[in-house]
Structures are given as structure tokens and as C-alpha cells.
Design a protein around this ligand. Structure first.
Ligand code: NOJ
Length: 739
């Protein structure tokens, strides 16, 4: 064969490889394509932009033709995306499709409860279904990649992004992260309605010092592996298509140039072959962190650490070519990054699917019904002295407060695609369910930060004229989420004063709190007959709440994060160590803010109780559940075996209810001090009035493993406590030995 003939054969072979019907695996197609790409085209694939406006600018079209961009985020209308994709596929030299990413975090057009709220349902199946709906809606509008699930553990409600996470516990969050990944990605990435998920922010972002967003995280490796990494590992095991690096430094090294995280753990230990994207501008922020001199330095560090794609900033575009020429960045690193990106594009079927006709979606009956179920399941009843569910004798209700009829606010932090016109607020829902004649309304305050008492008189008057006052307070959506850290956790503005004023009427009062984080509201809870905590419940929060308060649904949510009594207790979480001087039960009862003489030299405060306001896992129902008869299948767990723990859960009330039964363990003696409790299982159990059910969990040695002082995952023989419990502070306890 002469040379030109060989060239023709090679070209034909390549053309065949790139065709959809070619019987080649993804890896071969990726390699064939990389072999044909120029360095400019490779760097283009590694660059992601937000810059797409309607109508598409000629300059942008030209850039797409030239392969300047591999991906766009949060950009364009469905029509823009379709047109840009057409240009990329049919007018660029190699026809490499664009990847459109977007923050589809807790819903798309239909907005589900914020992730922290979804976590309160303790229901992986629900979380999966919500992500599935969100993916379906987003996919229809040309989105193929979402930046969720946020897999960061956070134990500090000052941090605004606690709203976007799945709570304080790595076990619970891990189960929910995996469910969310399954929901977004479906059975196969290339199926209709599937979008790539992204485990973010790798890693340590939730440990921001002082709860201040973007702040430094100092996490010893044992804690990193016990608490902060497991949800990411769960995402990886669920097949998550991408990871996003965090903004913060971890132990002084920016996550975006952190070889320990990205090379040793993610690529090395976890054998991850998906795409790694930086966070927004995080590559250039390495200059502010003080670890890169300039953009060139930042690009070199990020790419050499294994960050495949740069979000928004343009250090890769501006410097990689020169860095490759000088040998500071090996071409092999670039090729590796491009392979990760192309692999995902192939897995998503982007090369093989025709550009879909642009389409705008609206929330449908199915997604709205699911959103209502999610909102109902995520509401946590924190107090009820008998006022709920509202009795038939309550003919007229006064709906009061700045969150009673605030469609945007109830959607929560990430709702840029949410459709306020579809939102049903509590006010609207009560009017629908009871009829307008039975519903009085007074907003009381313009918004949650309003400090004016001007609207109080009208609100008090409404309460006086009604049989019960239903007060809706909390946080506007703009008070939680990214860059929304708070130093105070109480109800903002004059909301407490509003509650005081309604309380003074003597009318039965139910306080419903809609917020993006755990708040502190001790006095409000003391004054209220009942408190329902709904986080930001999303599009269908109104009907869900109204039906709960009216007893047409029963509350079943449980806290996925500890609620402090006061911000001064933060960080406060259930899986803490015992310390050498644990506080005593006899030291409880310290009135908030009122110092006592410290009698015992124990680990407590002298001006507030050491216990939280509400423990992790806590939530009431319209009935009462009793726990008894904890049994173990054997007193000893032999190394390779299993042990079954069971208990009887009885519904002692007169109404049906759903209990979330929780399994906790404690390793009593280990070479590294272990938490006083660790969650190791949970199950939602629906029980009819009077029904008793035996609930069982199985434990093996792997469930008892921990990281020792040499950061080795080990099990050590010895005694363990085990609880089957309604929350992290109660339950029935047993004991066994691991041999
Ligand atoms: C910054 C946020 O930290 C990240 O979570 C988000 O996905 C990106 N911006 C894109 O909007």
C-alpha cells in the first residue's frame, strides 16, 4: 500500500469510528477523536462559558465553529442551545457537540423542596423521583448536565449553603446523594430525560470557617474520610458522571489544585474516570488564595492536578498553549482531560443524537403531584400541644405573616427556572380548601427582614376575628444559599415581635417556618401551640402545608441536621465525641443567656444547656410511637458474619402515621475516640392506629469500621452499643461484642 492509499484508509477508518453505528466502544471513539484534534481544539473543549445571549451573536457562532468552547453553563434559551448545538455538530471542523450545563438543583420548572428539606423526608425513593422529574424537564429544554447533588456535609447553619446540602450526617447524605444521582442520570445517560449529575464541591466546602461561604477548611484526614468524603464516594459508586472542585482551600491547598484530593483519592483510590470541572472562576481564584502568581500559574496547577474543564475564567484558554510549549504542562495531561470530557459527551449520546427541536416545558400534573408529596414529606412537626391537626371547630383561620403568600420565597435558593405562576402558596391553598369566606389574611410584615410594626394591628385584628391564627414566618429565599452566610440564626426582622403580638390575642396559634437553614426560635416555639418546619418547600408547598395542618395528610419529616438553641452552640451535631468530661444530665436546665456558677468542670456552657433545641432525627407525628423489645440475633458478631437488631414499634395513637426508625451504633473502646452515636440505618414505616411492627436491621463488621490513627480503615474487636431510635437522643438500646 502506498502512503496516500494508507492515508485514505486511515481517514475511512476514522470516519467509520466516529459514526453512530460503528461497533466501537466509547474509549476507541474518544481516542480516535483526540488523535485528530489540534491543541487549540483541545483547549476549547476544556473551556466552559456562561456567555450566551439571545439571539446568538455572530461572534459567538464563529467561536463555536472554531471549537473555542466545549461547554456552556446557565446560558441561552432552548432555541439558542439548539442553534449553537447545530453549529457545533455541523459547522465545526470535527463536529464535536457542546455540553449544556445548568444548576438544576431542586427541580427545574417544577420546584421541589430545597435539598435540606428533601433530606428531612429520609426517603431516597422520593429524592430519586424528584431528580428524575427535574432531569426530564431540563432535558426537554436542551440541558444535559446539572451541577447537583451538592454532597458537602455541613454542621454549621450559619453557612447559607446548608440549604443545598443533605444534612449533617454522612450516612444519610450518602444514601440521598446516590438516589439523586440515579434520579438525574436514569438507567442510561443517553436515554431521553437523563442528564449527567455532578458531585460537588470536592471537597471540604461545608467546613468553611465561621460558616462564612468560600472560607478555609481545615479537616484532619481521619475526619475527612469519616465525615466529608463518604457522600462523594456514594456519588462515585452510583456512577456520577462528573465532579466539581470546591472554591475553598483544604488544609491550605485549594481544592482546585489539590492533587491529594483529585489524583490520590478521586482518580487513584476511587478509580474515577469521569469529568472534573472547576467551580465558577475557581481556577483564577488560586491567585487570591495566594498559591498562584498569575493566570498561567493557576492554569498549570489546576490542569496538572487533574481539573479537566475550567468554569468561566479563561486561564486555560489564555495560557495552556504556552504552558504546553514550555513543557510546564505535559501534552499527556491535556489529552487526559480532553478524553474525560469527550467520554462524557459520548456517554450522553451527544454525537449520535440529532439536535432536538427546541421546546419550552411547563410543569405538568405528574411533577406537581410529586412536588406536593415531597413538600408534605419534608415538613417536620417540632411541637404540637394538641392544636394540630386543626379541629373541625376551627371555622375561620387567620393567615398571617410574610411567608404566607410569597411564591418566589417558598421556591427556595436555586429556582432560576422555577415558574412563580405555578406556585401555590399556603394562603392560596387554604382559600381553595376551606373557601375564601373562612380565611382572613394579613401579611403583618412586607418581608422577613421588615422591622416595621405598621402591619401588626391588622394582623392582630385578623387573629381576633378567627378561631385560630396560622403564622408563616422564616427566611426569604435570598437569605440562604450561596454567599448567604448569617451570623445570627434567629428570625430576621420583626417576625418574633409579630408572633408575640399574635400570641397576646390568646388565640390558638400555629407557627409554620419556611427557611433555608435551621433557625433559632426558642420563644416563638414556647408561645406557639404547634410548630411546623417546612424549609423552603417549593412550588407545591402551599397545598402540602395546608393539608398537613388540616389533618388531611400526616407530618412525617425528621430533622436531617441538629437545631441549636442559639448560634453560640454552633457547631453542634449528634455524632460528636464524648470528651473526657462529658456534661451530666443534672447540669441541664440552664436558662438561655443567664450564667450559672459552674459546679461541674464538664464540657458545657454556663449560660445555655449543652443539648440542642431539637436533635438530629427528631420529628413528631399526629400519633405517638413507642419503641420496645430491642433484640439481637446473637450477643457476639464474629468478624465475617452479620448480626440482626430488631425492635417493636407501636403506633399508640388513634391516627395512622409514618415513623422513621433509625439505627445507631457506638464503639465503646477504640484506638481513636469514636462518636457517641453513628447512624447506620433507617427505614420509613407506615403504621395504622394501634398497629405494632417489628423493624429489623442487619449489621456486619464493615458497618463498624473506622479510620485509625494511621488513617487505615479498620475494625477493632470490643463492645458496641446499638440503638433503634426515633432520633439521635432517644431510643431502645442493646449491646453486643465484635470478635
Ligand atoms: C458556583 C457554585 O458554587 C456552584 O455550586 C454552581 O454550580 C456554579 N456556581 C455554577 O452556577
Amino acid at each position: 500500500m502506498n502512503l496516500s492509499c494508507a492515508g485514505v484508509v486511515a481517514a475511512l477508518l476514522l470516519a467509520t469510528m466516529l459514526r453512530a453505528d460503528a461497533p466501537l466502544d466509547v474509549e476507541s471513539r474518544v481516542n480516535a477523536l483526540v488523535a485528530r484534534m489540534t491543541l487549540d481544539e483541545k483547549i476549547g473543549q476544556m473551556s466552559q462559558s456562561t456567555g450566551m445571549r439571545s439571539p446568538l451573536a455572530e461572534r459567538l457562532k464563529q467561536e463555536i465553529r472554531a471549537g473555542r468552547w466545549g461547554s456552556f453553563l446557565n446560558a441561552g434559551s432552548p432555541a439558542d442551545r439548539a442553534e449553537a448545538q447545530r453549529i457545533a455538530l455541523h459547522e465545526s471542523r470535527l463536529g464535536i457537540p457542546l455540553l449544556f450545563g445548568r444548576d438544576v438543583i431542586h427541580g427545574y420548572k417544577t420546584v421541589f423542596p430545597i435539598p435540606l428539606g428533601q433530606a428531612a423526608a429520609w426517603d431516597p425513593e422520593l429524592v430519586e423521583a424528584a431528580a428524575r422529574e427535574a432531569a426530564r424537564e431540563a432535558w426537554a429544554e436542551g440541558i444535559r448536565w446539572t451541577f447537583a447533588p451538592m454532597s458537602d456535609i455541613a454542621r454549621d447553619p450559619r453557612w447559607g449553603r446548608v440549604a443545598e446540602g443533605l444534612g449533617e450526617d454522612p450516612y444519610l447524605a450518602g444514601k440521598l446523594v446516590a438516589a439523586m444521582v440515579r434520579g438525574f442520570q436514569g438507567e442510561s445517560l443517553e436515554a431521553q430525560g437523563s442528564i449527567a449529575a455532578c458531585a460537588k464541591h470536592f471537597a471540604g466546602y461545608g467546613a468553611a470557617e465561621g460558616g462564612r461561604d468560600y472560607n478555609s477548611a481545615w479537616i484532619p484526614e481521619v475526619l475527612l474520610r469519616e465525615v466529608y468524603l463518604p457522600p462523594f464516594r456514594a456519588a462515585r459508586d452510583a456512577g456520577v458522571a462528573s465532579f466539581m472542585t470546591a472554591f475553598n482551600t483544604l488544609n491550605g491547598v485549594p481544592a482546585t489544585s489539590n492533587r491529594f484530593l483529585l489524583r490520590d483519592i478521586l482518580r487513584g483510590e476511587w478509580k474515577y474516570d469521569g469529568l472534573v470541572v472547576s467551580d465558577y472562576n475557581a481556577v483564577m481564584e488560586m491567585i487570591a488564595h495566594g498559591v498562584a502568581r498569575d493566570g498561567s500559574d493557576a492554569a498549570r496547577e489546576a490542569v496538572n492536578a487533574g481539573v479537566d474543564m475550567e468554569m468561566v475564567s479563561t486561564a486555560y484558554h489564555d495560557h495552556l498553549k504556552a504552558l504546553v510549549a514550555s513543557g510546564a504542562v505535559p501534552l499527556a495531561e491535556i489529552d487526559e482531560a480532553v478524553r474525560d470530557i469527550l467520554r462524557l459527551k459520548f456517554r450522553l449520546g451527544l454525537f449520535d443524537q440529532p439536535v432536538a427541536a427546541p421546546r419550552e416545558v411547563e410543569p405538568g400534573a405528574q411533577s406537581l403531584a410529586l412536588a406536593e408529596r415531597a413538600a408534605a414529606e419534608s415538613a417536620v412537626l417540632l411541637k404540637d400541644d394538641g392544636v394540630l391537626p386543626l379541629a373541625d371547630a376551627v371555622r375561620t383561620v387567620a393567615i398571617i405573616g410574610p411567608l404566607a403568600d410569597s411564591p418566589e420565597d417558598q421556591m427556595g435558593t436555586w429556582a432560576m427556572d422555577g415558574q412563580p405562576q405555578y406556585v401555590e402558596t399556603p394562603l392560596a391553598a387554604f382559600r381553595k380548601l376551606l373557601g375564601s369566606g373562612r380565611v382572613l389574611y394579613a401579611r403583618g410584615l412586607k418581608n422577613s427582614r421588615d422591622t416595621s410594626h405598621e402591619g401588626f394591628a391588622e394582623a392582630v385584628e385578623a387573629a381576633r376575628r378567627a378561631d385560630a391564627a396560622l403564622v408563616f414566618v422564616g427566611e426569604e429565599r435570598i437569605l440562604s444559599g450561596e454567599a448567604r452566610s448569617r451570623a445570627y440564626l434567629d428570625l430576621p426582622g420583626a417576625q418574633e415581635a409579630l408572633v408575640d403580638a399574635i400570641h397576646a390575642t390568646g388565640k390558638p396559634m400555629v407557627v409554620t417556618i419556611l427557611a433555608g437553614r435551621p433557625l433559632t426560635f426558642h420563644r416563638v416555639a414556647a408561645e406557639a401551640g404547634a410548630v411546623l418546619y417546612c424549609f423552603h418547600p417549593g412550588t407545591m408547598g402551599g397545598p402540602a402545608i395546608a393539608k398537613l395542618l388540616l389533618g388531611r395528610e400526616a407530618p412525617s419529616g425528621r430533622l436531617p441536621i441538629t437545631f441549636p438553641r442559639t448560634v453560640g452552640q454552633v457547631p453542634i451535631y449528634y455524632a460528636h465525641l464524648n470528651t473526657g468530661r462529658p456534661p451530666l444530665a443534672s447540669e441541664l436546665g440552664i436558662p438561655a443567656g443567664n450564667p450559672v456558677h459552674p459546679e461541674g468542670y464538664t464540657s458545657k456552657y454556663i449560660d445555655v444547656d449543652f443539648t440542642p433545641e431539637y436533635p438530629f432525627g427528631f420529628g413528631l407525628a399526629y400519633t405517638k410511637f413507642d419503641y420496645s423489645n430491642l433484640r439481637l440475633s446473637a450477643p457476639v458478631l464474629e468478624g465475617g458474619g452479620r448480626i440482626t437488631v430488631s425492635a417493636e414499634i407501636a403506633n399508640r395513637g388513634s391516627r395512622a402515621g409514618t415513623e422513621t426508625v433509625q439505627l445507631y451504633i457506638r464503639d465503646l473502646v477504640a484506638s481513636v475516640a469514636q462518636p457517641v452515636r453513628k447512624l447506620r440505618g433507617f427505614e420509613r414505616v407506615a403504621l395504622k392506629a394501634g398497629e405494632t411492627r417489628t423493624v429489623s436491621f442487619t449489621l456486619s463488621a464493615a458497618d463498624l469500621a473506622f479510620y485509625d490513627e494511621h488513617v487505615r480503615l479498620v475494625t477493632q474487636p470490643g463492645r458496641f452499643y446499638v440503638w433503634i431510635a426515633p432520633n439521635a437522643a432517644e431510643g431502645v438500646r442493646g449491646e453486643f461484642e465484635l470478635r
